[in-house]
Design a protein around this ligand. Structure first.
Ligand SMILES: Cc1cc2nc3c(=O)[nH]c(=O)nc-3n(C[C@H](O)[C@H](O)[C@H](O)COP(=O)(O)OP(=O)(O)OC[C@H]3O[C@@H](n4cnc5c(N)ncnc54)[C@H](O)[C@@H]3O)c2cc1C
Length: 473
């Protein structure tokens, strides 16, 4: 390889400069580095909110490169074609990237690696997206894990690579290749009116993610074990949005959590365990990619789910109009912020799949459309956990009762009143924001009456339990 040939640094879901093994390796080589992002079919396939959030993240990453006299080159097309064209244009002899583990990326990346290597290009993938490579965690029998607790026990005492500093400088190529304009990609198009409403809730970019982590370590993590389950408080890290696009690395979060634990902050161990849930999801997806599309437990294949999204009860669920305050508050939080508290996610998922007996894929798809922290593995695992069809799932006969959950986790109704406007003299501004975000085709207004329950909870629960009977779960 000649000393001055550039390295193409192919960015995907790793939108940061610090703790980026591929970028560090490229910078250390002393050769020119050309950061590239490609809008290929995996980007086109994203839901409205994740695609919009990606666009914001790319803008922030481009600014970071500009600030160090570098540049993020944007190209559109088949990833292999684009990389080959860039190799030709720039004389690059190497392409580096951070590994991803979903089936579409794995298939694309292995083909690209093979083709580029055959053509004499040094195509190399690096870690960084997860702390524990999915193939590096095995049971004693050499299998993958299917249950979280033994997975946690396996990894909890492992050494996690200390985070790498961002390179202080990057060598620029003699000539920069042409770049598309980010605005021309139309990544925001499907968000319509929602974008202006969601934007103030976004924590954008690497710097903001680091300060969010710092703030949480200083003020939140000590009480996290108690506060993480209360959706009316700001009791969690809110880092999923940044983790999902790689604006922060799990290693950075892990080491911050370890330091907090050493400082005697009790909640830090629970935080570390949650980070490992993300690892576990990725492990499951890598070993059983059908988890994204099919019941993990095949016994569920003959279950008579409602699969028709046009049904009135699905519409009511999506619009936060089921008449169950916990469910409706959470669905509106999703629409307004692009995120939803974990307790809300569990409750709306249980309600849709159990009380309404709708297929978990309907919910998975809606979350994929609305979440700015969308992650294919965590989303699929969460939905299959709630439905009962997943590997380490909530028992199928456990049906969350949204009313008793509200009494337990939202005693003072802080959460419900923040998100539901109807029937209130002075609705919260966030509850009103919902009506600014929704599509005009939803004929809803804050002046409407709050809806009657679309199903009595007992009736829904009994119907589900009755249908489970005689099945071999
Ligand atoms: C039906 C359903 C769908 C979900 N879809 C997603 C999704 O698309 N993207 C996503 O990131 N998470 C998803 N989750 C998991 C979880 O709800 C979110 O990670 C969490 O609410 C994020 O908030 P936080 O960053 O404040 O988390 P914290 O409580 O601060 O936890 C720290 C980090 O640990 C990880 N984590 C925490 N809980 C989980 C979990 N149950 N599964 C996997 N990782 C976890 C996240 O990366 C999170 O940022 C889903 C859960 C359910 C039940």
């Amino acid at each position: 390889m000649s000393d001055n040939s550039p390295i193409l640094l192919w960015y995907r879901r790793d939108l940061r400069l610090s703790d980026h093994p591929a970028l560090s390796a490229a910078a250390q080589s002393g050769r020119p580095v050309i950061p590239v992002f490609i809008k290929d079919t995996t980007v086109d396939a994203l839901g409205a909110a994740p695609k919009w959030r990606l666009g914001l993240g790319l803008g922030a990453l481009a600014d970071s490169f500009d600030a160090m006299s570098s540049k993020l080159v944007l190209r559109e097309g088949d990833a292999l074609d684009v990389l080959q064209a860039l190799v030709k244009e720039t004389g690059a002899e190497a392409v580096y990237w951070s590994r991803l583990y979903d089936p579409a990326s794995l298939q694309r990346d292995s083909k690209i690696k093979e083709t580029l290597c055959d053509q004499g290009v040094d195509a190399k993938s690096f870690g960084g997206h997860v702390m524990f490579e999915p193939w590096s965690v095995e049971t004693k029998a050499g299998d993958c894990y299917k249950v979280y607790t033994p997975f946690w026990n396996n990894v909890k005492t492992r050494d996690v690579e200390p985070p790498l500093a961002a390179p202080s400088e990057l060598c620029a190529p003699e000539e920069w290749p042409a770049s598309d304009a980010l605005e021309g990609w139309g990544l925001a198009v499907a968000m319509n009116r929602g974008a202006d409403v969601v934007r103030p809730f976004v924590c954008l970019g690497e710097k903001a993610a680091q300060s969010r982590l710092g703030g949480f370590m200083a003020h939140g993590v000590a009480e996290y074990k108690q506060t993480r389950d209360i959706p009316g408080t700001d009791g969690t890290s809110n880092l999923s949005e940044n983790l999902s696009l790689g604006e922060i690395s799990p290693h950075q979060c892990w080491h911050a959590g370890q330091r907090a634990l050493q400082d005697g902050k009790q909640g830090a161990e629970t935080f570390l365990k949650e980070l490992v849930w993300r690892e576990f999801a990725c492990h499951l997806m890598y070993h059983t990619p059908r988890m994204l599309t099919d019941n993990w437990r095949e016994e569920w294949d003959s279950f008579p789910w409602n699969e028709d999204e046009r049904r009135a009860e699905v519409k009511a669920w999506k619009q936060g109009r089921t008449g169950e305050p916990f469910v409706d508050a959470a669905m509106r939080e999703l629409y307004v912020t692009g995120r939803m508290h974990n307790r809300g996610r569990m409750i709306v998922a249980s309600y849709l799949t159990k009380h309404l007996m709708c297929h978990w894929r309907i919910g998975q798809k809606w979350f994929e459309h609305c979440l700015i922290d969308w992650d294919p593995a965590s989303n699929a695992m969460g939905w299959q956990w709630a439905a009962g069809s997943g590997p380490d799932a909530s028992p199928y006969f456990r049906v969350f009762n949204p009313e008793t959950q509200l009494d337990k986790f939202d005693k003072n109704r802080d959460y419900a009143s923040r998100w539901i406007a109807e029937g209130r003299a002075n609705p919260h501004k966030d509850a009103l924001a919902f009506f600014d975000a929704i599509p005009r085709s939803w004929p809803l207004s804050a002046q409407d009456d709050y809806p009657e329950k679309i199903i009595a909870l007992d009736e829904g629960r009994e119907r589900a339990l009755e249908t489970y009977k005689g099945r071999n779960f």
